[in-house]
Design a protein around this ligand. Sequence first.
Ligand code: NDP
Ligand code: 2IT
Length: 443
Amino acid sequence: MTMHEFLHQVSAKNADQPEFIQAVSEVVETIWDVYDSNPQYRKAKILDRIVEPDRIIIFRVPWTTDAGEVMVNRGYRVEFNAAIGPYKGGLRFHPSVNLGILKFLGFEQIFKNSLTTLPMGGGKGGSDFNPRGRSDDEVMRFCHSFMLELFRHIGPDTDVPAGDIGVGKREIGFLYGMYKKIRNEATGVLTGKGLEWGGSLIRPEATGFGTVYFAEEMLKTKGMSFDGKTVLVSGSGNVSQYAIQKVNDLGGKVVTASDSDGFIHDPDGIKGEKWEYLMELKNIKRGRISEYAEEFGVKYYPGARPWGIPADVALPCATQNEINGEEARTLIKNGCICVSEGANMPTTPEGVELILDAKILYGPGKAANAGGVATSGLEMTQNSMRISWSREEVDAKLHSIMKAIHESCVQYGKKDNFTNYVRGANVAGFIKVANAMMDQGLV
Ligand code: NDP
Ligand code: 2IT
C-alpha cells in the first residue's frame, strides 16, 4: 500500500473527523519513509493499528442548572494507545468538542508523550459542556456527574486524565473529589491537582514555560535568545499566562493576548502589574480580554487574531487551526523568525508548509507543548513515591526534558543545516511507540 492509499483509507473511514484526518496526515507524511524502510513495521501493520484507538468511551452527562433545569451533555474518553505506559492526556470542556477533535488530540498525545522520555501512553477526553457563564455550583454538578461514569474507566495505573481547554484546577478538584468519594482511594488518578491535595509545583506553569524553553533552544541554534524580542501570544488561559511570564523573565516583550472574542495589542508589553491583572481577570473574575484594553487604554481588536502585528516570535497558545496560510504568510513577511506552539495543532497544513518553506524556526505542538504532560508525569511520580519535590527541582527537570525533546527533534529532523522539527518530533515519537508495539505482539 502506498502512503496515499493509506491516507485515503483513513480519510474514508473517518470522513466526519477532519481534525483527526489532519493530525494523522501530518504524522504519516513525515514518517512514511521510516515506516516503509522497516518491513517488520509493515508486516505488523503498525500504522493501521496506531490510527485505531484501543477503545472509546462515550457517555451521557446529566446535570442541573442553578435554576433547576435538567441539562444533558456528552462525555468522552478516547483511550488511544498504551504501548509505553498508562493512557495519559487532558480533558477538554468546550462546546466545539466532538469525537473527531478528541481523536486528533489523543493521536497527537501518543507521540508527544513518547517524546517526553517518560512512560505514558496517549489518551484524551472531555465534553461539549460550555463552562462559560456557569456558576461554580453548576460546574461542580457537571464535573461530579462526569466522574460518576468516568471513574470506572480510569485509575493511576490505567488512565490518568488532566486539564485542557476549560478544565483547570477548579474542575480537577471537583472531579477528584467525586473519584475519591466513589473509590475511597487517594491516588494520582488525575494530574493538575491543587498543591494541598497531591498536585505538583510547576504543573500550572509547565506548558507555557516549556513552550518558551523549547523556543529558547531553537533560538540558541541560531545564536539568538529572547532578550529584546517582540513576541505575539494568542489565548489568555493557562498556557498563555505562563508563556507570557517566562518570556518576560527571559527579557522578551509580549505585546498581544486574546480570547475567542478578539485580541489586545499592548505595545509596552504585558508585564508586572498588567500580567497580574490578566491572571486575576482570567482565573478569578473569569472575564474577557477586552477588559484588559479598557483597564490599560490599549487597542482591542474584536473578532480578530493577533498574527498581523509585526513581531520576532509567535507563540500560538489558544486552540487548533488558529494560524491559517494567509496568517502564516503575514507572520513571515513581517519578519517572524520563530513559531513555538503552546496549543495543539494551532497551524493549518497550509500554514505549516509555508513556515517550513520559509526555513524559520518552527516547533510543532507535540514537541513544544510537551512540558505540560511531562510535568504531569512528574506529578504521577511524586504521588507514587508519596513525596513532593521543590519548585526548583521540578522546574529543572522540566527544563532538561524540554532540552531532551529538542535534541531528539534535531537528531531525527536535521538535514543540510536545517532542522525540520515536525519530522524530527514525529519520527522520534513514532519509533519508540512502534518498537514497544512490536515487542508486545499483536494486541
Ligand atoms: P484554557 O481554557 O486555560 O485557555 C484557552 C484559551 O484559548 C482561552 O483564552 C480561550 O478563550 C481561547 N480559546 C479556546 N478556544 C478557542 C477558540 N475556538 N477560538 C479562539 N480562542 C479560543 O486552556 P489552555 O490554556 O489549557 O489550553 C490552550 C491550548 O493549549 C489548547 O490547544 C490545549 O490543547 C493546549 N495545551 C494545553 C496544555 C495544558 O497543560 N493545559 C498542555 C498542552 C497543550 P475563551 O476564554 O474565549 O474561551
Ligand atoms: O495537551 C496536553 O498535553 C494536555 N492538555 C496536558 C495533558 C496532561 O495529561 O497533562
